[in-house]
Write a protein that binds this ligand. Structure first.
Ligand code: AMP
Length: 321
């Protein structure tokens, strides 16, 4: 048994109040990890107070609502931050008020967090939810049907429906345990993969709009005006649409640049398995995984410079495929 898992259990058993945070503009893995862990702690230690906090993404709220808590709840609390590679990504920075902070994550770590007394980071894991499920099963924690459903949602979304690197026998073993709980798979799939007609139309528009640079990088640039015209939001058009450039023969590196509400540009970078976009994301102040990384950059001029970096990456690795 991993010593860090035992240390986590010890900390959880020591605290009466536990507050679970994750990154802002949450995806299925962020919400799934957060609610899955809350359900496991509540089921194992029914007398503890366990809260989940942060901003919301409509699509994933079928897993449960966030809690509204006052600052004083943090005084004697343990904060567990899941699925957040960098501190600036964490939604609700009151985690800093907690007596003790623990990080559980699966992104490539750039440096240690000074604030955290324990960090469990497994960057080879396909999702944070599979990591948390593994920890829960290894520690013999109890789990509820909702917890299993949340963790399953995290795994299926972050693994791209069991396709991305890191989806291995261990992940399928964990999923086999989760699906034994009482939740309906179709209920999950219909919530995450049945889309509004507007979103399908948005995907069609962007598919006909993306550009292939001279150096072979596919990209999109979405302004705030585009977001208004398409009647969509930053999450849907940035993280939600980067995938439209995937699975196209000959496109190995692609990027989706979206102006956010503050005039900054969110860069979503992706590549096929032969490449690694993470170092470019890190160079621009972001991070993530080898094949899926992101950064928030100053403007669209910076995006153009980033495209040059991505073209150089393609060139360096180009062996004619
Ligand atoms: P995941 O949260 O596992 O889906 O990680 C991939 C996603 O997180 C991508 O959309 C990245 O753009 C984003 N991401 C991960 N780490 C960072 C970071 N340090 N800064 C900005 N975006 C990030």
């Amino acid at each position: 048994m991993n010593n860090k898992y035992l240390e986590l259990k010890k900390k959880i058993s020591e605290y009466g109040t536990i507050i679970i945070h994750r990154h802002s503009r949450p995806d299925g893995d962020a919400i799934g990890s957060q609610i899955g862990l809350k359900e496991a702690i509540k089921a194992t230690y029914p007398y503890k107070k366990v809260y989940v906090v942060g901003d919301t993404t409509e699509k994933f709220m079928f897993l449960g609502e966030m809690d509204n808590i006052s600052d004083d709840v943090y005084n004697q609390a343990l904060a567990i931050v899941v699925d957040s590679g960098d501190e600036y990504l964490i939604s609700d920075d009151r985690y800093k008020l907690a007596r003790c902070i623990i990080k559980i994550d699966h992104h490539i770590a750039k440096s240690k967090w000074d604030c955290a007394s324990l960090e469990i980071v497994e960057s080879d894991e396909v999702s944070c939810a599979s990591m948390i499920a593994d920890i829960i099963f290894k520690l013999s924690f109890k789990l509820t049907d909702l917890g299993a459903k949340a963790l399953f949602t995290g795994i299926v979304t972050d693994s791209g429906r069991f396709r991305y690197e890191g989806t291995n026998d261990k992940v399928f073993e964990i999923v086999a345990k989760l699906v034994k709980y009482n939740f309906n798979l179709d209920d999950v799939y219909s919530k995450i993969y049945v889309e509004d007609l507007e979103v399908v139309k948005l995907r069609a528009s962007l598919t006909s709009k993306f550009v292939l640079s001279e150096g072979g990088v596919a990209y999109l640039m979405n302004t705030q005006e585009d977001i208004k015209n398409y009647k969509t939001d930053v999450f849907t058009i940035s993280r939600g649409m980067v995938g439209i450039m995937s699975g196209i023969r000959g496109i190995n590196v692609w990027a989706n640049f979206t102006e956010d509400e503050n005039g900054k540009v969110i860069a979503e970078l992706r590549c096929t398995s032969k490449y690694n976009v993470n170092s470019i994301a890190v160079k621009w102040g972001g991070g993530g995984h080898k094949q899926a990384s992101g950064a928030t950059i100053a403007n669209f001029d910076a995006a153009k410079a980033m495209i040059k970096d991505l073209e150089a990456l393609l060139k360096e690795n180009n062996d004619g495929n």
